[in-house]
Structure formats: C-alpha cells, structure tokens
Write a protein that binds this ligand. Structure first.
Ligand SMILES: C[S@@+](CC[C@H](N)C(=O)[O-])C[C@H]1O[C@@H](n2cnc3c(N)ncnc32)[C@H](O)[C@@H]1O
Length: 313
C-alpha cells in the first residue's frame, strides 16, 4: 500500500477497535523486516473505546506530518487513543484498518411475514424478554433486502451502522486504503435459504451461545458482516473495491508457508515451535479463522499493480 501511494514520508495506519493492541504490536514489530523507508514512515494509531486505553484526547485529532528521525524504537510508534468510531480523526494518508470490529456493530433483526419485512422488537412479558414483530423502525432494512427473494418465516439481521461507518471512513481517509478483516459473506450467501434463522451469535467466556437475551451485558453479541453492502456503500462514498478474499488465501499469498517454518529458526524449543505452528494453522483453517474475509478499498490510490495478499492482476 505504501509503495502504491508513492512511498509517502508519513504513512498512517489507523486501527479502529484495536482491543488490547495485539494486532497493532504484531504489525509494528513485523515492519522491522520490511523496507526501512516504510518502517520510518509508519505511524500506528490504535483506537478503541474501552476504558483501559490511555485517554489521550476527546477532540478531533488532525494527524500531523512529523518525521521519524528521532524515533528509532518502532514500538514507540503505536499511539493509543481512546475513541469511539472514526469521528475524532481526519486527514489520514495510509490505511484505516479494522479486525473483528464491524461484526460488533448493533444490528436490526427482521422476519419475513406474509411477504413483507417486519422488524423483531423486544418487550417484557411476565418479567421475561419476548420478541414481537411489527412494522420496521426504518426503511433501511427493506432497502438492504430489496435485491433478495426471501420466503415467509425467514429471519435475519441487517447492519445499518455500516452506513455511518463507511461515510466516516471516507471522510477520514484523504488518500489510501481501507483494510477490513471480519467474519462475513457476500449478501447472496449471507441471506441464503440455509441461513434462515440469521447469523447472530453470542460468545460468553469463549463459548458460543445462541440466546442474546441471556447474560445481558456479559456476553459478546456478534453478527456476520454483509460484504456486498460494505462494497456498495464504499462505491457510493468514493471507496473503490481493490480486493476481497478469504483470510486463508490472503495469508497464503503473503507467504504463510515460510512463516510457518520460521519458529524453528528463532531458537524456540521444539514444543514451543509446535504450539506456535498450531496457533498459526488456526488462522488458515476454514473451521476456525481461515474463513474470515479480507476486504481492501481504495481512495485516491493507484489500483493497478500488485497489492500484496491478493492474486496478481
Ligand atoms: C475483537 S476486538 C478487536 C481486536 C483487535 N482488532 C485485534 O485484532 O487485536 C473488538 C474491539 O472493538 C472495540 N470496538 C467495538 N466497537 C467500537 C467502536 N465503535 N469504536 C471503537 N472501538 C470499538 C471493542 O472495544 C473491542 O476492543
């Protein structure tokens, strides 16, 4: 991406939903093995709304253009920011990155009844959460489903929050790329007949739970991302789709096989190297993380030439 932008002296990676910074630290430390010019250009901003993050500002941050000459330690280049979404940021040249963020966004649940779209609302009955179907609170739900033919009884979810997200991404990014890694499918697969009970899943202490009305506030509620919607919205906001691929293929194209062999050469014990290898295999296993999707969108950036991780054009 840096090369395709013409090797700018400052390249920002703005990760939204950086969590505990695991991906941020991995990326920055891997940069040591890349072109020196890129390592010097990189400024990594790790943003998250979780309170454990250092609250550096609540205001808009105009990312500046300092040089890296006085920052020899690359780990210093991760700036932690407490922020929700992207509204605090402007003037990014580089890459807006998210990994498992968009599947966290709140969704509307719908059901098809007598050939029309109803929204699933929640009420209390006898002290218990109960679902009721009624007219949708927004036309956006039916709008998103317009191209699909869903039969009566079909239930699913629509993530309308990606509309504001995509607009904010486009506003924040001056020039560069949006790299989105998440669980999801194109609309035709996401809303296929076999998914007629939707793709909302809850996680509690790493175990999958089906019922979102249990353990309120204590379990993670996630929903598969509609990548067709993300791409279409992007095109409306000046973000051109540059690549879309399963994580498994993305990592293989990036040289996964070589990385798999490298733990041995780093002086690790055989047992530790085997554990590392198993963890790495999970990243490409379609039953685990291999089926995550990787989407790259571009704004004001060259689309010709090779984008690492994707098949050669
Ligand atoms: C699964 S974690 C991502 C971990 C991280 N990206 C990584 O790969 O190491 C999702 C994170 O997104 C954050 N998050 C969810 N919605 C957000 C939002 N609107 N703005 C900022 N952070 C958000 C959560 O606090 C959580 O830390």
């Amino acid at each position: 991406m840096w090369h395709r932008l013409g090797a700018p002296p400052v390249f920002h990676v703005l990760e939204v939903g950086a969590g505990d910074g695991a991906l941020a630290r991995s990326i920055v430390s891997a940069c040591r093995q890349l072109t020196l010019g890129f390592a010097q250009a990189l400024r990594y901003i790790a943003a998250d709304y979780e309170p454990q993050w250092t609250p550096s500002t609540g205001h808009r941050i105009d990312l500046d253009s300092r040089t890296a000459a006085d920052e020899p330690d690359l780990s210093l280049k991760i700036q932690q920011v407490k922020a929700s979404g992207l509204r605090a940021f402007r003037n990014v040249t580089g890459c807006i990155l998210s990994n498992e963020l968009i599947d966290n966004f709140p969704v509307h649940r719908f059901a098809i009844q007598n050939g029309s779209v109803k929204e699933v609302y929640v009420t209390l009955e006898g002290g218990k959460f109960t679902e009721v179907l009624d007219e949708p609170s927004t036309t956006g739900i039916a709008g998103r489903l317009a191209d699909l033919s869903l039969s009566d009884g079909y239930r699913g979810e629509v993530n309308l929050a990606v509309e504001d997200w995509t607009r904010d991404v486009s506003r924040t990014l001056d020039r560069g790329y949006v790299l989105t890694i998440d669980y999801g499918l194109p609309a035709a697969e996401l809303y296929a007949p076999e998914n007629n009970q939707g793709r909302l899943i809850c996680f509690h202490q790493h175990a999958v739970q089906q019922d979102p009305y249990q353990r309120i506030g204590q379990q993670d509620i996630t929903c598969h991302v509609d990548f067709t919607a993300l791409m279409r919205l992007g095109e409306q906001h000046g973000l051109t789709t540059a690549g879309y691929i399963p994580q498994r293929d993305f990592l293989i194209n990036l040289g996964f096989a070589d990385c798999l062999e490298s733990p041995d050469s780093q002086g690790l014990s055989a047992a530790r190297a085997a554990i590392n290898r198993m963890a790495m295999m999970a990243l490409v296993d379609p039953e685990q993380y291999g089926d995550l999707k990787v989407l790259v969108q571009a704004k004001g950036a060259a689309l010709d030439g090779e984008l690492l991780g994707f098949p050669r054009p």
